[in-house]
Design a protein around this ligand. Structure first.
Ligand code: IMP
Length: 198
């Protein structure tokens, strides 16, 4: 059975393939469908964007699709950037632009007021299938970059109970605690239950 990952992001494909390696699926990604029209992520919640991606790609390919949408929610910024995490510093911005904006916005903010969480919503959508899971990783934003692994806001995010950033953590360690890792784990459990019930 095939499973389509609704992403071109190499970091995410690697992370998700690792997390799903025992699921028994042949894993495909958007790289296997170069002519697929881009899904416009214009929902105002992570839940809506994740469902939109999974549904549009299933409608187009007929393959059960797994889509995720993640936001970084910073307490001091009233939950921003949230659903706008990818393009927070402006259209066409880089991960570095976003991290720099975050460090600027939190300049002079006290260490105990720098709490943040990654929240990931995963949707599995297929014929007679619509399942959603959530994973949350709490932590805080430091005031400088550390580490070169991972992507996005990883170099400035220190997870709760740790003293290294996600960018200083090996990928298999990140997967064990990450928002996406937790949401995928819950989804894999649901998939296994569905298979048992068949
Ligand atoms: P997406 O919905 O998963 O594409 O995530 C939106 C944005 O959140 C990305 O462009 C990244 O900036 C950020 N992001 C998502 N997942 C992670 C992560 O695991 N680490 C750091 N940043 C992330």
């Amino acid at each position: 059975m095939k499973l389509l990952l609704a992403t071109h992001n190499k970091h995410k494909i690697t992370e998700l393939k690792e997390a799903l390696k025992d699921s028994g699926f042949e894993i495909l990604s958007l790289d296997d469908f170069p002519d697929m029209p881009e899904v416009i992520e214009d929902g105002d919640t992570l839940e809506l964007n994740s469902l939109k991606k999974a549904k549009e790609l299933f409608d187009h390919t007929g393959i059960t699709t797994l889509a995720d949408d993640t936001g970084l929610e910073v307490e001091h910024l009233n939950g921003e950037p949230g659903v706008y995490s990818a393009r927070w510093a402006g259209e066409g911005c880089t991960y570095k632009d976003n991290c720099e904006k975050l460090l600027r916005e939190l300049r002079n903010v006290a260490p105990d007021e720098r709490k943040a969480s990654f929240r990931c919503i995963i949707t599995l959508y297929g014929k007679d299938i619509f399942k959603t899971t959530e994973g949350v990783l709490n932590g805080h934003i430091i005031d400088h970059y550390r580490g070169s692994e991972g992507f996005g806001y990883d170099p400035v995010f220190v997870p709760e109970w740790h003293n290294i950033t996600l960018a200083e953590m090996p990928l298999n360690e990140k997967n064990k605690i990450s928002h996406r890792g937790l949401a995928v784990k819950k989804m894999v459990e649901i998939i296994m239950e569905m298979k048992k019930a068949e």
